[in-house]
Design a protein around this ligand. Sequence first.
Ligand code: FAD
Length: 463
Amino acid sequence: MDPRTAPSRRRVAVIGSGPSGLYTAEALLAGDPEVLVDVIDRLPAPYGLVRYGVAPDHAKMKSVARKLESPFDSPRGRFLGNVHVGADGIPVDALREHYHAVVHATGSAVDRHLGIEGEELEGSVGSGAFVSWYCGHPDAADLRPGLDGAAAAVVVGAGNVALDVARILARPAEDLAVTDLHNAVLDRLHDSAITDVHVLVRRGPQHTRFTPVELRALAGLDDVEVVVRDDDTLAQDLDVPSDRRTRQLVDTLTQWTHERPGAGGRRRIHLRFLRSPARLLPDGHGRVAGVEIERNEVTPQGRIRSTGEREVLAAGLVVRAIGYTGEPVPGLPFDEASGTIPNEAGRVVRDGEPVPGTYVAGWIKRGPKGVIGTNKGDGAETAASVLADLPTLPEPPRGGGVEVLGRLADHGIEPVSWAEWQSLDAAEVELGNSRVGAERIKIAEREGMLDAARGRGGVGGAG
Ligand SMILES: Cc1cc2nc3c(=O)[nH]c(=O)nc-3n(C[C@H](O)[C@H](O)[C@H](O)COP(=O)(O)OP(=O)(O)OC[C@H]3O[C@@H](n4cnc5c(N)ncnc54)[C@H](O)[C@@H]3O)c2cc1C
């Protein structure tokens, strides 16, 4: 008998195949032998930000993907890629009719805004969009970041994403050729006119959210000089919190004020503390031509305030890496301030009451923080809530298995199966043979991804 049609089966849909969705699916399947799990993603490829966020030169981190695929080793786990849940695909209410429980694990990759004049100019992008572009996300394939105009780029932010963006902009393209970067992205980076990347950090060197290992990695880049511009704060007696991470960061930065890593390199990363963008300046054609930068100072109470001093820096690209927020799901409560769906241990809660059969996991549950591994415990918590509730949840009006496929077909959706993803995966690995040292080359256009998944024609879309 098909394990999907046995009447005792309980069916769970997990929407989102990023780390949180896959960890939740794994825990659900491990926790109850009667549970069937469909992991649904709007993209033909799984893994969420592991594929489309983690920097291409962090190959070791990318290899985590292999550890996430265990739900599909089980005959009770199924991947339904290329299925957008929402107005553009299948409405969540339609989907709900087929499952006892639905877990929303859709992440929170919407860029936050600075709220300053000129932010809408061409050449001003959020890190979500910019990272998607260099990671070969199909939604960003048409982005044309301003790499060929001014010699300077500005990155706003004090976290690891800001460092990722600065590093990708500054590294010699030849060094990135061994990564999975799409050929078109590599070509743009190769032809980039940018020589100076200015990372603007609003607060002082003792207030960043960098991790020490990410910061120190800047010192190992070929042909890249790292310049710390701190208004001499590091030479003063800084009020450094006692945690180890901050002490390590401050030590590294202090050392770099004496001895610049990569001195004389062709490109420079400037870490500019106590600086905020005040306004982006246009070039007369709707593009960014520069940034008016404001100098800040730390008050004796530890607050940050503007000194009123401003300078203008010519720049053709401004990337804001100041964090993300989530997208509301129609019909579910949403907390605008945190960009999350209110929940208790993963159970979605409205006015203090659980919304039956509705759960969240990952960034949409707890906000955009934590590393990939943080999603494991998070997913396990949500799975435990689902498993505890399943016996009491009502039978859905429609069936699962092939009936779900029929419902998707009614909406004009042909899902990508796990086997089809594996064909796409293999096609990317094969493309990697065309570039010395590259283990894979991403296919970035949706049509190219679907062709490779379905084994249609030659593998296109990587150029
Ligand atoms: C730029 C960047 C770099 C990072 N680098 C690292 C790193 O080096 N190391 C590390 O440990 N962590 C890193 N992280 C953090 C890590 O990626 C996150 O902790 C993790 O991806 C969050 O998992 P998630 O499942 O909640 O969301 P996501 O990974 O965003 O997954 C969400 C999934 O839901 C899908 N989806 C969204 N909406 C819909 C819809 N309507 N219908 C169907 N599917 C939908 C998306 O396509 C996606 O696959 C990084 C994060 C970013 C932003």
